[in-house]
Design a protein around this ligand. Structure first.
Ligand SMILES: [Zn+2]
Length: 473
C-alpha cells in the first residue's frame, strides 16, 4: 500500500535559499538534458508520410561524437544471482549505443560528473536529487515516445519555465529522517540541507516506511510530500457482494454534480461560484497592470493563492461528499470515465479547398472547461480512497449507453445533451435523465460478479434476453 502524506515545511531563511537554488539548478539541468534527448530524437527521425523540407540543424554525427562508446562500471554492483556471485563487477564494460539507439538514461547519469566539473555549484546538490532529474527526463520521453495501452502518447515534452518547475525529489528517505531538533521541534532531515522544521500534523501510520520525499513549491511556501509504503498492507479490496439494498449507482454530470439511484441530487456548492467570481475580477484587474511591475506581482501572488484556496475547498468538499455517499451503503457503482478522452481537442476538419471547416471545438470548449472544473477524475480517486479506508467497495461499469437506455426495460430512448427528461414509450417511465442513468448504472453494476469484470448496458440487455427465453416454455 502506497500513500502520500503532505506536510508544510518551515525552512529557516538560509535553508529556503538553498532549496530555491536547488530547484532552479534542477530546472536548468532538466531543460539541458531534455534538449539533448530532443536533439537526438529529431535528428534521427523522419515522418513516414513525407520527406521533410526542414532538416535537423544538428547533424547526428555530432551528437554521437559526444557520447563515449562504452561505459565502464566503477564499482561492484550489489545484486547477486542465485549462486551468490555478483551480477555486475568493477571494470565491466557496457555499450552506450546499441543498434544506433543511445542508452540515454545511463549516458546522462554518467555525464553528471562532467556537469559537476563544468558547473561546480552542482556539487552542493545532493547526488540522488540530481539523478532524479535525469529520471524525470526519462519518464517524460517515455510518455512521449512509447504509446500506453490505449495507443496514446503525450505531446512533445516542453521546456520548463521558471514557474513551471516546482519540485525536486529525494528518492531514498527513511523514517529516521523525521527527527526532533534541540528545541524539541519536529524536523525533517534533508541530506545536504539540514534539519528543516515542518508541521508534523499527521503522524506516519505504524508499519509504514517513508520512501520518497518531494519538496514542492506552492503559492504559500514550501511543502514536502512523503511517499510511504507498507508492503504488509495489501491493497485489500473488500469482498462485499452487492445487493439492491446495500448498493447505489451514481451518475456524475455537469448540471448536477452527482445523482444517486436513491434519487438524491447533489449540486455544486455555491462557494465555488463565489471564489470563481472573485478570481475573474482579479484577473480583469491584472490585465490592466504593467507586466512585471510591483503591483502586477502582488496581484499575481494573490491570484495564485486564490487558485490554491479553490483547489483545497474542492478537495475538502469532495471528501465530505464521498463519506456522505458511503454513509448508507456498502457498494457504489460508478461509470468508468476516461475523462482524458472527453477533454481532448476535436480533430481538425479540412475542406476540399484546404480551408478549415467548423469541427465543433468552440461549442465543446465550454463543456471542456466545466468538465475540468468539476474534476471528476480527482473525485473518483477520492471515492476509491474513502472506500478503501472504510472497507467498502467501488465497482466501475462501462459508461456506454447509460444516458440513452431506459433503466426499467432497457429500451433505447435516444436524447441529445439538452434533453433533460427521460420518458420511455415502451414501459412508460417518466423521470429525470440523470436519475435514470443512476438507476441504470446500479442495475448493470449488480450484474458484475468478479473483481475486474466491467459490465455494460449490452451485458444487461443480453442478460435480460436470456432470462426472457428461459421464461418462455
Ligand atoms: Zn422503459
Amino acid at each position: 500500500m502506497l500513500l502520500k502524506y503532505k506536510y508544510k515545511l518551515k525552512p529557516h531563511k538560509r535553508q529556503a535559499v538553498i532549496i530555491s537554488n536547488w530547484l532552479e539548478m534542477a530546472r536548468k539541468q532538466y531543460n539541458y538534458r531534455l534538449a539533448e534527448r530532443l536533439n537526438w530524437f529529431e535528428a534521427t527521425r523522419t515522418p513516414v508520410s513525407a520527406c521533410p523540407l526542414n532538416v535537423s540543424v544538428v547533424p547526428v554525427e555530432r551528437i554521437y561524437q559526444n557520447i563515449p562508446e562504452f561505459r565502464v562500471q566503477t564499482r561492484d554492483g550489489r545484486k547477486k544471482d542465485s549462486n551468490g556471485n555478483l551480477i555486475t563487477r568493477k571494470g565491466d564494460k557496457y555499450p552506450n549505443i546499441i543498434n544506433g539507439y543511445v542508452v540515454w538514461e545511463t549516458v546522462q547519469l554518467a555525464n553528471l560528473a562532467q556537469t559537476k566539473k563544468l558547473f561546480p555549484e552542482y556539487k552542493s546538490m545532493h547526488s540522488q536529487v540530481l539523478q532524479d532529474v535525469i529520471q524525470r527526463v526519462q519518464t517524460t520521453m517515455d510518455n512521449f515516445t512509447k504509446p500506453d495501452k490505449n495507443g496514446k502518447t503525450t505531446g512533445r515534452p516542453k521546456f520548463k519555465g521558471r514557474h513551471y518547475y516546482n519540485s525536486f525529489s529525494y528518492p531514498q528517505l527513511s523514517n529516521a529522517n523525521i527527527v526532533k531538533n534541540a528545541n524539541g521541534r519536529f524536523c525533517i532531515n534533508l541530506p545536504k540541507i539540514g534539519l528543516v522544521p515542518f508541521v508534523y500534523n499527521r503522524s506516519i501510520p505504524i508499519g509504514f516506511k517513508v520512501k520518497i520525499g518531494t519538496v514542492i513549491r506552492a503559492a504559500d511556501g514550501w511543502y514536502i510530500s512523503l511517499t510511504i509504503e507498507d508492503k504488509a498492507v495489501p491493497l485489500r479490496r473488500a469482498e462485499i457482494q452487492p445487493t439492491e439494498d446495500n448498493s447505489k449507482g451514481i451518475d456524475l454530470g455537469l448540471l448536477h454534480y452527482a445523482v444517486t439511484s436513491d434519487g438524491e441530487f447533489i449540486e455544486v456548492p455555491k462557494f465555488f461560484r463565489k471564489s470563481e467570481h472573485r478570481l475573474s475580477k482579479l484577473q480583469l484587474r491584472l490585465a490592466k497592470k504593467l507586466k512585471h511591475s510591483k503591483s502586477w506581482k502582488i496581484l499575481k501572488a494573490k491570484i495564485a493563492k486564490l487558485h490554491q484556496l479553490i483547489a483545497r475547498q474542492r478537495l475538502d468538499w469532495q471528501f465530505k461528499l464521498a463519506y456522505h455517499l458511503f454513509n448508507d451503503c456498502q457498494v457504489i457503482f460508478l461509470e468508468d470515465l476516461l475523462l482524458a478522452n472527453l477533454v481532448r481537442r476535436c480533430k481538425a476538419k479540412l475542406g476540399d479547398n484546404g480551408q478549415f471547416l467548423p469541427n465543433g471545438q468552440s461549442a465543446n470548449s465550454g463543456l471542456n472547461k466545466s468538465l475540468q472544473d468539476a474534476a471528476f477524475g480527482k473525485f473518483v480517486q477520492v471515492l476509491e480512497y474513502v472506500a478503501w479506508k472504510l472497507g467498502k467497495r467501488i465497482i466501475k461499469v462501462d459508461p456506454k449507453g447509460t444516458s440513452q437506455h431506459c433503466w426499467e426495460c432497457l429500451n433505447k430512448v435516444s436524447k441529445s445533451l439538452s434533453e433533460r427528461w427521460h420518458s420511455c414509450p415502451k414501459c412508460g417511465q417518466e423521470l429525470d435523465r440523470d436519475y435514470n442513468s443512476a438507476l441504470l448504472i446500479q442495475k448493470i453494476g449488480l450484474l458484475s460478479t468478479q473483481e475486474e469484470d466491467i459490465t455494460s448496458v449490452k451485458t444487461a440487455v443480453s442478460f435480460s434476453l436470456a432470462e426472457e427465453s428461459r421464461a418462455l416454455p
